[in-house]
Structure formats: structure tokens, C-alpha cells
Design a protein around this ligand. Structure first.
Ligand SMILES: [Mg+2]
Length: 369
């Protein structure tokens, strides 16, 4: 089986309630790139990359398509089942830009599954569950609104609640988090995620003020180094998300005592091939992780759910998908990937288990052959 053609599609994703707010930015629409990798056997595989706006992390939507234009010609003629060789060729064609490589890499895994008649999760080590636990990110609001929203999601069945923080007075965050903690059952995991919006001092003050609450703080500050400076000065476990750009950083974060876990994004590390290494590394090092991506449609959601299904219970913090926050990204022939009681059932079918309804899509914006 050889790659004969790469087609690139562009979609616009609309945020369902008008905006998705984080401490340093908010988005109301997202620019989504889907790749269709066509082989000489007639089998096709799909991958996707959708940056969460231009400032969440070092990803650029138009840059993804420019990066694919540089890399795709180098992949023509390769066997997509040889994912390490595909990756080597992508790295040889273009330094960095893992979020663009992620789309091509995921499409290759979809093709491997389709060619062997297996689900992607079974190729990645085997599914430990048929439905993966998810978690919900509650937007900042008044204290009462935040506590109500968190409790509602807990009642829907979400085993983990993340409260977005930052971008306002620290006292407001502290008050909201205390109210959420009071509203939730002690068995529900609680995270506070300022998305880089706190200073090191904010983080230390917050941790003192909420010392009596069992919670985890995720990526409060902008850089790896800021977290390194406060890791032994706070009272809560620290997860890194935006800063974990590659495998050496993950090793440094764990062995240096900076992070006790990770919010992990498929496109940030560059697709399922590197994410498989990240998963195994985290298990070996004994640290938990989520398996998420920035945003996207069913292709991205399927890739994260397949990988999430393979993470051992003791290390799995769940999978976040953007489905509850957005209107459908694009139409598919297969059942949409949706939350059911705070969990996400694995898609059925081989490969990713997602088949785009291509006749309803606009023509490709680029084709490489
Ligand atoms: Mg996060």
C-alpha cells in the first residue's frame, strides 16, 4: 500500500454559545484542517488539526496548511503503515510544526486500521474500556454560576470537573473554587486551570488560600521555568498542559519534580505515533495524564478516544473533547462521537471508525500527488 495523494479540506467550527473563554484569550470560531490520505489500494485515511485560536499555544491554522504543503509531497509513494518512516520524512521536510504532522500521522493510523481490519485502539496496545471517562471545563462566571455549572456536570456523570480561572481578580477565583469544592462530591476530581493566566505569586497565594481543598492546579503560569520555581512552594499537585511541547520536556518535568501529571494534547506532541511514547513514558514514570486535543470534529475526537481507551486506569485522567462546546464541525456518515453521562463511547468500526460524508463537504483547498 502506497500513499498516492493527500487532499486538504478546510472547515469552520462555530462555538455553540458564542464564545469559549480562557484567561488570556477567547474564541468564537475555529479554523479546522482535515487531511485525506489516499492510497493506491483505494483505501483512504483521515486526520485533522484545529488550533484553539492563535494564542493558546504555538499553533497557527493557516500555518498547518502551509506546513502540510511543504511535507505532503515527501510522503507520496510511502507505505502509510510505516509510521516511523513517515515521521522521519516529515521531520526531514520540515522542522517542528507538530500540530500539522499530527493530522498526517493520524490519517496513517486510520489507514493501518482499515488495511488490517482493526480498530486504532487495538493497534495502540488494546482498549481497556469501551467508553472513556471525560471531564468538563467550566467557564468563569459568578461564584454561584460556576458552582451550579460544576454541580450540573457532576450530576450528568462527569467524574472530573475543571474550573477555568485567571483573567480576573484572584479573590474571585478563590471564592469560585471554594464554592465549587463545596458543591461537588469529594469523589469527583477537581482541577483549576488558569491556562497560563496566573503569575507565580498568584499561584502561591491561591494554593495557600485553598490549602484545605483537595484539587490539582493545571498550567497556572506561562512557562516551564515559572512552574519549576514554584513547584516545591505550593500545597497542591501541579499538572502541566501548554508547556509540555515534547518528550524531553515531559521527562524534565517529572524527574525535576516540576509536574505530578499532564494535560496532554494529541496535536501538540504531533499525533498518535509520539503520543504512544508519551503514554508509555508517563506509565513508566508513574504520572497520570489526560488524552485530549485542542478542538476539532469527530476525527480528532475519535483519535483521542482511541488512545484514551488504552491508558491504564491508574494513570488515566480522562479525555476532553470539544463536542459540547461547538456546533458540528463537518458531516460524517458514522455516528457522531458524543458524551453519554460524562463518558465517551468508543466509535465502532475499523480504523478511527469515522467516515466523512464527503459529498456534503466543499472541495479540497489543496491536493498533492
Ligand atoms: Mg489545560
Amino acid at each position: 500500500m502506497k500513499i498516492a495523494e493527500v487532499r486538504v479540506y478546510r472547515h469552520s467550527i462555530t462555538v455553540a454559545d458564542g464564545r469559549y473563554q480562557m484567561s488570556l484569550s477567547e474564541v468564537d470560531a475555529l479554523d479546522c484542517t482535515v487531511v485525506e490520505v489516499v492510497t493506491d489500494t483505494g483505501l483512504v485515511g483521515y486526520g485533522e488539526t484545529t488550533p484553539l485560536g492563535p494564542t493558546y499555544q504555538e499553533q497557527h491554522a493557516a500555518g498547518a496548511r502551509a506546513a502540510i504543503a511543504t511535507m505532503a509531497p515527501a510522503l507520496i509513494g510511502l507505505d502509510p503503515r510505516r509510521t516511523n518512516l513517515v515521521y522521519e520524512r516529515m521531520d526531514h521536510a520540515l522542522n517542528g510544526h507538530r500540530y500539522a504532522k499530527s493530522a498526517l500521522d493520524v490519517a496513517c493510523w486510520d489507514l493501518i486500521g482499515k488495511s488490517y481490519g482493526e480498530r486504532v485502539c487495538d493497534l495502540l496496545g488494546g482498549a481497556e474500556r469501551s467508553s472513556v471517562p471525560s471531564y468538563f471545563g467550566v467557564m468563569p462566571g459568578t461564584t454561584a454560576e460556576t458552582a451550579d455549572a460544576a454541580q450540573r456536570r457532576e450530576q450528568e456523570g462527569y467524574p472530573r470537573i475543571q474550573v477555568k480561572a485567571g483573567g480576573r481578580a484572584l479573590a474571585d477565583d478563590i471564592e469560585a473554587v471554594r464554592a465549587v469544592a463545596e458543591a461537588l462530591s469529594p469523589t469527583t476530581k477537581l482541577l483549576v486551570d488558569p491556562n497560563r493566566g496566573w503569575t507565580t505569586r498568584d499561584t502561591m497565594e491561591f494554593s495557600v488560600a485553598c490549602r484545605d481543598i483537595a484539587l490539582t492546579i493545571e498550567q497556572p503560569c506561562r512557562t516551564f521555568d515559572e512552574h519549576r520555581r514554584i513547584a516545591d512552594k505550593i500545597h497542591h499537585p501541579l499538572f502541566l498542559d501548554e508547556s509540555t511541547v515534547d518528550i524531553p520536556t515531559i521527562v524534565r518535568a517529572v524527574t525535576g519534580g516540576v509536574a505530578q501529571g499532564f494535560g496532554m494534547k494529541l496535536s501538540r506532541v504531533g499525533g498518535l505515533t509520539p503520543l504512544r511514547v508519551v503514554r508509555d513514558l508517563c506509565v513508566e514514570l508513574g504520572v497520570p495524564l489526560t488524552i485530549d486535543d485542542t478542538w476539532g470534529g469527530d476525527i480528532t475526537a475519535a483519535a483521542t478516544v482511541h488512545m484514551g481507551a488504552t491508558v491504564p486506569d491508574a494513570f488515566y485522567e480522562g479525555t476532553w473533547i470539544s463536542e459540547p462546546y461547538q456546533k458540528p464541525a463537518y458531516s460524517c456518515l458514522t455516528s457522531p462521537i458524543r458524551h453519554v453521562g460524562g463518558h465517551i463511547p468508543l466509535p465502532e468500526g475499523v480504523g478511527l471508525g469515522v467516515e466523512p460524508d464527503l459529498p456534503t463537504w466543499a472541495d479540497p483547498v489543496a491536493t498533492y500527488r
